[in-house]
Write a protein that binds this ligand. Structure first.
Ligand SMILES: *Cc1c(COP(=O)(O)O)cnc(C)c1O
Length: 384
């Protein structure tokens, strides 16, 4: 055995001992909410496909048509030969929907954050992040070389105190938050953060991976109030409610042009498969024409929360925090026994001691499915 294998085995053993070793299980998402594992049909309550658009017949047909016409791959980076004409259509539609001058589409949400942030801030600059931000916002922050300061979750006083202490000693300042927090499902106080950003000459960036299609009438977390929030950098993903793959940044035209020129994860990577872009265009079209569909995931989450006496949800993501990793994995296995797929979320995805079932709701869940999950959770003493 080599030292390399020894090294890997040792690390894995330590993870195993803490209940933190992860394993991938083949999951056949054979229908809108159905998932087959080990030959068993389960109702999935852990997909981010909030509108079940990955299974929508019109979306599938759009992907099929684009694949027949343009091929399965894009053949190059967007600045060389991979910029299929479909990109223009998708980026214009997203900019229109988000009411921004411009938009650019990346290979994924992760690639968006690690591409955008280092383009805007670097050594000598400052980044403020909420402690519960998604991992890729932190990755982008680290890659930028800027000083990163972390404020307590949704704590504006803490954010202000950090700005008061550190802003003056730095050049540019970026404030980055999840618009909808991915593992907790709550919302950032975006208007208050926008005001803070203005006061301290800082730039606000929201990660709306879990907002697009499901909050703010489907337009996302900048559209929760009567007027659009002042967020110059709205990023998100095409892989959740849109049901496809990819990431986007909606912003002003000069910022978009700068990133087209200097964003490494934009420039030095292959364009998306044409079928994926076509699927995203169709999915966005469905979102735009069907506000009732966009409202359904949160309504389904609300039905679940009301039945279990949980706080009313702000998004389709409902955390049921159980604490220890092993307890969560046992609960998840017990739910699976009863026909429900709700995976456990453990550290380091969430802070130590807050391992949880992360229950997500789709527009396609029936009341019977939701009520069935409620009954199973009660029976297992997990909530309610
Ligand atoms: C899922 C997620 C991402 C990453 O998006 P991908 O398209 O899956 O790479 C980024 N930010 C948040 C908050 C997410 O939940």
């Amino acid at each position: 055995m080599t030292s390399l294998d020894d090294f890997a085995r040792d690390k894995l053993e330590r993870l195993e001992a803490q209940g933190l070793r992860r394993r991938m299980i083949p999951t056949d998402r054979f229908s809108e909410t159905g998932a087959r594992r080990g030959g068993r049909d389960l109702v999935s309550f852990c997909c981010n496909d909030y509108l079940s658009l990955s299974h929508h017949p019109e979306v599938i047909e759009a992907a099929r048509e684009a694949t027949s016409r343009y091929g399965t791959g894009s053949g190059g980076s967007r600045l060389i030969s991979g910029n299929t004409p479909l990109y223009d259509e998708l980026e214009s539609a997203l900019a229109r929907w988000k009411q921004t001058e411009d938009c650019l589409v990346f290979g994924s949400g992760y690639l968006t954050n690690v591409g955008v942030i280092p383009c805007l801030v670097g050594k000598g600059d400052l980044i403020l992040q909420d402690e519960l931000n998604h991992s890729c916002l932190f990755a982008g922050g680290r890659m930028s070389g800027a000083t990163v300061r972390v404020f307590r979750h949704n704590d504006l006083d803490h954010a202000r105190a950090l700005l008061r202490e550190h802003r003056a000693a730095h050049g540019q300042c970026l404030i980055a938050v999840d618009g909808v927090f991915s593992m907790d499902g709550d919302l950032a106080p975006i208007d208050a953060l926008a005001a803070l950003a203005r006061e301290y000459d800082s730039w606000l960036m929201t990660d709306d991976a879990h907002g697009l299609g499901v909050v703010g009438g489907g337009r996302g977390s900048s559209f929760l109030g009567p007027v659009k929030s002042d967020v110059p950098l709205q990023m998100g993903t095409l892989s959740k409610a849109i049901g496809a793959y990819g990431g986007y940044l909606c912003t002003s035209q000069p910022v978009a042009d700068l990133i087209r020129n200097r964003g490494r994860s934009f420039v030095y990577t292959t364009g998306l498969p044409p079928g994926t872009i076509a699927a995203a265009i169709k999915a966005l079209e469905i979102i735009e024409r069907d506000p009732e569909l966009c409202a359904r995931p949160v309504a389904n989450a609300a039905r679940f929360c009301a039945a279990l006496n949980l706080a009313a949800p702000e998004s389709p993501v409902v955390p049921v925090i159980l604490g220890e990793a092993n307890r969560v994995m046992e609960a998840s296995a017990a739910l699976q026994q009863r026909g429900y797929l709700v995976t456990g979320i453990r550290p380091p995805t969430v802070p130590d001691g807050t391992a949880r079932l992360r229950v997500t709701f789709s527009s396609a869940h029936t009341h019977a499915e939701i009520d069935g999950l409620v009954a199973a959770m009660r029976e297992l003493g997990l909530a309610g």
